[in-house]
Design a protein around this ligand. Structure first.
Ligand code: C5P
Length: 227
C-alpha cells in the first residue's frame, strides 16, 4: 500500500499499558504530528455494542449493528478522535465492562475490517489539517494498517510494571488476559512487526522512551529533507 510521501507515518505497537499512548502524545506534541489512539476506536465500538445489547459471541448481530454506525473524526489539538453517530464516546470506554469485553469484539473480523478502512483514512484527515506526520498507536499498526510506514516501534514492559501503571491510573484492568487474547486471535494478532524497533520500557521513564523514539524521527526527517 502506498503511503503518501508528504506525511511521515510513525507506527507504535505494544501490549496493554506498555506506554504507547503517552509516547504517541508526547511525540505528536514535539513534532506537530496528528495522534491517533486506536485502542480508543476498539473501546468506543465495544461500548456502543454493549449499549445496544450486542454480544461478541453473536458475530452476525455484531455485523448488522456495525453497519448502522457512522464513524467520523474530530481533530482537537494534535489528537484525532473517533465519533460514532456524531458523538465522541466518554469515560464509559474505560469501564471494567469495556475492559473485559474489548478484546472479544476486537477479535471479530468485521470489526477489524471496518476499523482498518477508518484508520487508513486518517492519512487524509492529517493531510487536510496540515500535519507533517501521523503517529498511530495500537496492536497491528506496523503489521497490518501501515506495514510500509518508515518508522515502526514496538514497546514492551514487564507485566508487573504495566499493572502498577494501570493501578496508578485507578483502573481495574486484566492486562495479561487482554494480551493473551490479543496475541492469540486469528485476525491481526498482537505481534512484533518484522523490522520494527523494539523498546523495553520497564526501567525507562516516559521521557527516556520519547527521546529514543524522537531521535529516530529526527534522523528520518533529516535524511528525507536531504534526499
Ligand atoms: O490500547 P488499549 O489497551 O486501550 O486497547 C484496548 C483493546 O483494543 C486491546 O486490548 C485490543 O483488544 C484492542 N486493540 C486492537 N488493535 C488495535 C488497538 C487496540 O485489537 N490496533
Amino acid at each position: 500500500m502506498a503511503s503518501p510521501t508528504r506525511l511521515l507515518i510513525v507506527a507504535i505497537d505494544g501490549g496493554a499499558a506498555s506506554g504507547k499512548s503517552s509516547t504517541a502524545r508526547a511525540l505528536a506534541a514535539r513534532f506537530n504530528f496528528m495522534q491517533v489512539e486506536t485502542g480508543f476506536h476498539y473501546r468506543a465500538i465495544t461500548a456502543e455494542m454493549l449499549r445496544l445489547g450486542v454480544r461478541s459471541d453473536d458475530p452476525s448481530h455484531s455485523q448488522r449493528a456495525l453497519h448502522e454506525l457512522s464513524l467520523e473524526t474530530r481533530v482537537e489539538g494534535q489528537a484525532a478522535w473517533l465519533e460514532i453517530n456524531g458523538r465522541r464516546p466518554g469515560d464509559e470506554i474505560r469501564s471494567p465492562e469495556v475492559n473485559a469485553a474489548v478484546s472479544h469484539f476486537a477479535a471479530l473480523p468485521a470489526v477489524r475490517a471496518r476499523l482498518l478502512t477508518y484508520q487508513r483514512s486518517q492519512v487524509d484527515v492529517a493531510l487536510a489539517h496540515g500535519f507533517r506526520g501521523l503517529v498511530m498507536e495500537g496492536r497491528d499498526i506496523g503489521s497490518v494498517i501501515f506495514p510500509d510506514a518508515p518508522l515502526r516501534f514496538f514497546l514492551h514492559a514487564d507485566p508487573t510494571e504495566r499493572a502498577r501503571r494501570r493501578a496508578q491510573e485507578g483502573q481495574t484492568d486484566s492486562i495479561t488476559e487482554r494480551d493473551r487474547l490479543d496475541s492469540s486471535r486469528k485476525t491481526a494478532p498482537l505481534t512484533i512487526p518484522e523490522g520494527a524497533i523494539a523498546i523495553d520500557s520497564t526501567y525507562l521513564t516516559l521521557n527516556e522512551v520519547v527521546n529514543h523514539v524522537a531521535k529516530q524521527v529526527e534522523q528520518h526527517l533529516r535524511q528525507s529533507s536531504a534526499s
